[in-house]
Design a protein around this ligand. Structure first.
Ligand SMILES: [Zn+2]
Length: 257
């Protein structure tokens, strides 16, 4: 089965530090390739306690969208788990240069356990197992080097809009069947570099994905009950919009070609 598993759905500093929701990132299985995206705090624990079971040694690689701790905290321990403590060299890590250079979030000795480390760049195209993915544009409004993703399987296409403030035309870069959006804020904050719900509405009303999944919620969003918001958007736009829960699994094949 091709699937997306939400190990955690918390976003932003407070929801993550308080573990109001879990923050383990997203596990994607497509055409027998397993990829973990943004292993935040608790990712390994969420993987190992997942139902149905997930085995980190089955991972083919890990992708970091950016170096912020809610996206990268568990990257080192998941690399160790993927490679059987470094004994079975395998897998690829994809990360922006900034996550690897000064004040790196990926320890140097752990990098030796991997087959390869690949740098993410704007308009990059990458292969991992049978999956192809692209980083169409740098999210320059997030304070650090950050990328979103378009991921392609044989019959599957997924866009992931990771952390960013909204910018002109952003939606044109992420036009796949399934759209995952990180939405930290319920409404606009003064000092914001994240999406709020108005940004989500702008994007889904234009792109009309077959399935939209909201995730990476801050405290404000969690208080406002994301599933109610998703329901409201589904009705308003005649689209399928859902809010991710910790541990939720999506059958990707339902939304494939
Ligand atoms: Zn961030």
């Amino acid at each position: 089965m091709n699937k997306i598993k939400f190990l955690g759905t918390a976003g932003g500093r407070f929801a993550v530090a308080r573990q109001t929701r879990h923050s383990g990132g997203t596990w994607i299985t497509i055409d027998d390739t397993n990829v973990l995206i943004d292993p935040g705090p608790g990712s390994l624990v969420r993987i190992l306690s997942s139902k149905p079971k997930l085995n980190p040694r089955n991972l083919d690689g890990i992708i970091l969208s950016h170096r912020h701790i809610d996206h990268s905290n568990d990257v080192n321990i998941v690399i160790e788990a993927m490679t059987n403590g470094g004994w079975d060299k395998k897998g690829v890590l994809f990360a922006p240069e900034e996550a690897l250079k000064d004040d790196p979030v990926v320890l140097k000795y752990v990098r030796n356990y991997l087959d390869k480390v690949e740098l993410l760049t704007e308009k990059g195209e990458y292969d991992i197992g049978t999956i192809k993915f692209e980083t169409p544009i740098k999210h320059i409004h997030h304070g650090v080097e950050c990328y979103g993703f378009n991921i392609f399987g044989k019959n599957t296409s997924i866009s992931i809009i990771t952390d960013t403030k909204y910018f002109e035309n952003l939606e044109s870069y992420y036009q796949n069947d399934i759209l995952i959006i990180n939405v930290v804020f319920y409404e606009k904050m003064r000092d914001y570099n994240h999406f709020d719900l108005k940004d989500v509405e702008k994007i889904i009303s234009k792109n009309k994905p077959k399935l939209t999944i909201l995730t990476h919620f801050g405290m404000g969003m969690i208080k406002e009950k994301p599933w109610r918001i998703a329901e409201k958007f589904s009705k308003k736009y005649g689209l399928k919009v859902i809010a991710a829960n910790d541990g939720m699994e999506i059958d990707v094949d339902k939304y494939s070609k």
